[in-house]
Design a protein around this ligand. Structure first.
Ligand code: ADP
Ligand code: MG
Length: 338
């Protein structure tokens, strides 16, 4: 399929991320509906060509838990990536709409993500690097697929050069500068699963003096996003305005060159990163609300030492995953309700 921007008719906007936006489009010649991701990068033409070459690997990624790829092209000055459009959107949008996701469905999600990650790593030696609810997509057929994995080293570099965004799903070892491994993805999966089951970002637990919860625990919290000074204006004009915060904290944040965006939670990104490194990992609580095998699984994902933390492949053998596989659950019927 030879994709050209002129052949794509815009239908609607699917979402906005740190590095660009995603639109629902129709490829007019074939009538295929696609999601077109526009990645804003500021790179030399040679670098962009290299990125396009690297993205071609995605043509060889075929798994029922990986969003399929139609092609990528340069549309000056951006890069456009066209992929399968998942009509129910991402899981963050879903839980923010319908509330906490039932734990049996979270089990199916865990299984799907692990299968996707295992496929990417075993077959292509690709580490995802950005597992989070907004990169886990769902459709009305009840399929769960992951997207936005790090196929292109050059693209990862370019985005890092132009926008130093720090993901709060990052594992303690990554925060401390260690190499990325598949186990870092496992940590991010653990955080994401708790978020889906609780219906809020897990690092927003009140009762901890490190945290400011402006609206109590009723409203879903959003993970804070950080913008480095040069993108600060973009982040603050597009982001939500903090509803309440203490002046001293605001000033402290400002002086650190960190801009914050949060619904129910206000905490500086640096405090959060410190918390992830120094404090015990979050858990699936309260205990009586979640099955023991699910809690055990999440605890294993969130082992702080990457040496003891299991790989995605190891996790496929865990009790909760084996039970989830055999649990009769009509995801298509659930899709109709959301
Ligand atoms: P992020 O993943 O950080 O939210 P992105 O730019 O990757 O930022 O995506 C923005 C939003 O677009 C996502 O949150 C998701 O809801 C939506 N989206 C991305 N890819 C697709 C897709 N293939 N199908 C449907 N929706 C998508
Ligand atoms: Mg994404």
């Amino acid at each position: 399929l030879d994709l050209r921007n002129e052949d794509l008719r815009e239908i609607s906007e699917l979402g906005q991320g740190n590095g660009g936006s995603v639109k629902k489009v129709e490829h007019v010649p074939t009538k295929i509906i696609m999601a077109k991701k526009i990645v804003l990068i500021d790179a030399k033409p040679s670098v962009r060509k290299q990125i396009l070459r690297e993205l071609q690997i995605m043509h060889n990624c075929h798994s029922e838990h990986i969003v399929s790829f139609y092609g990528a092209f340069v549309s000056d000055p951006n890069i456009c990536i066209c992929m399968e459009c998942m009509d129910k959107g991402s899981l963050d949008g879903i839980y923010k709409r319908v509330g906490p996701i039932p734990i049996d469905i979270v089990g199916k999600i865990a299984t799907a993500v692990l299968e996707g990650l295992t496929y990417l790593y075993d077959v292509h030696r690709i580490i995802h690097r950005d597992i989070k609810p907004s990169n886990i997509l769902f459709n009305s057929q009840g399929q769960i697929k992951i997207c936005d994995f790090g196929v292109s080293g050059e693209l990862i570099n370019s985005i890092a050069d132009t926008f130093v965004g720090t993901s709060t799903y990052m594992s303690p070892e990554r925060i401390q500068g260690a190499q990325y491994t598949v186990k870092s993805d496992v940590w991010s999966l653990g955080i994401s699963l708790i978020e889906l089951a609780l219906g809020r970002f897990p690092f927003s637990d009140s009762g901890d003096s490190d945290f400011e919860d402006a609206e109590g625990t009723l409203s879903p919290s959003r993970p804070p996003s950080m913008a480095v000074p040069h993108s600060l204006s973009a982040a603050s004009s597009g982001g939500t305005t903090p509803k309440s915060t203490t002046t001293s904290r605001k000033d402290k944040r400002k002086s650190m060159g960190v801009s914050l965006q949060g619904g129910g939670m206000m905490m500086s990104i640096l405090e959060l990163l410190q918390h992830i490194v120094n404090e015990p990992a979050p858990k699936l609580t309260p205990e009586d609300r979640y099955p023991a095998d699910a809690r055990e699984f999440v605890d294993a994902c969130l082992l702080k030492d990457p040496l003891t933390r299991p790989t995605p492949k190891d996790l496929l053998k865990y009790g909760w995953v084996e039970r989830s596989r055999t649990t009769e659950l009509d995801l298509k019927a659930w899709a109709d309700t959301i």
